[in-house]
Write a protein that binds this ligand. Sequence first.
Ligand code: MG
Length: 380
Amino acid sequence: MSVVRVAIAGSTGSIGTQTLDVISRSGGEYEVVGLGVGSSADAVIAQAKSCNPKMVAVSNEEARKKVAKALPRVDVVADLAELARDADVVVNGVVGFAGLSVTMSTLQHGKRLALANKESLIAAGPIVQPLRTIKGAVIVPVDSEHCAIHQCLRSSTDAQREVRRLLLTASGGPFRGRTAESLQEVTIADALKHPTWSMGPKITVDSSTLMNKGLEVIEAHELFGVGFDNIDVVVHPQSVAHSMVEFADGSVIAQLSLPDMRLPIAYALGFPARSDIAFGAIDWTQLSRLDFEVPDRATFRCLDLAYQAGRVGGTAPAWLSAANEIAVEAFLDGHISWSKIAGVIEQTMQHHDGLVPTTVEDILQADESARRFAALELTK
Ligand code: MG
């Protein structure tokens, strides 16, 4: 069997470091050929010294100079999109809209995309979708819910006819069961205390508002081509059933494992073969119950804001995602309260211009406009 060449964009983040962990535990099936970061020079230098990639991409100029000096035998480049050139699989673990170029270039090169960066697909769905027809350009989702659905769909030979509903599970985040009133005073530390998953700060805050689930609804629509009326969200606090597919005959197929992102990462790296290493295997003598409940859509308004943007389509999801990035950043910087996040996004969406995107420039412009309006909303 030939060695699979892997490039990791966002290699020092949560997904990136876990990808390196999966690779280091695998028996030589993978070779790391590229690492990409924004500005984490020291961390990527340390990674490169242990896994010897041919290329390191660093978008920040100062950081790039430092990396180039420390790694004289490595091709140090500015553009993370170049990582796709010499890889068989690109893991996109970049945070936020910045991951778009990696998603696009990977598919344009006809390479497999292990996609953890949901924002690129959500914001640029109309631009990214046509690239999926390129030979070899396959998206395997690393998001745990979508990885679960991807697995469940393998039980169907005619998904178009047989799939009735996708059921995305949500842990409910740290504020599940709380009232809107009691959430007025929550702190940044409270929002970062996720009950079941350990992730980066942006996605953890998104989980606390249910925007993460809203974005995942749009992501599921883009990945699997299922309409918004047939995608439901079910709160499942244990995060063991990672999502489910309901079929026409009434069967529901779910994928179960303990919360461990290394499972979806290993799945995407090895697809279509399954990994020999069991990440998150369940000890059935310890698992006593699985609970399911409906989401509180009145308190966690971001979920419906996402459904609305998804149904509008075009650049609306790009606006939603950009407004959310601005609002979450402002919350993490202590500029706005947690309960203001949904309001900033809702008000920003009032300015959405209905542009139908045909080029990547249209998406970039939508992103920029939404960020500008969201920044104005922050000051109100
Ligand atoms: Mg997820």
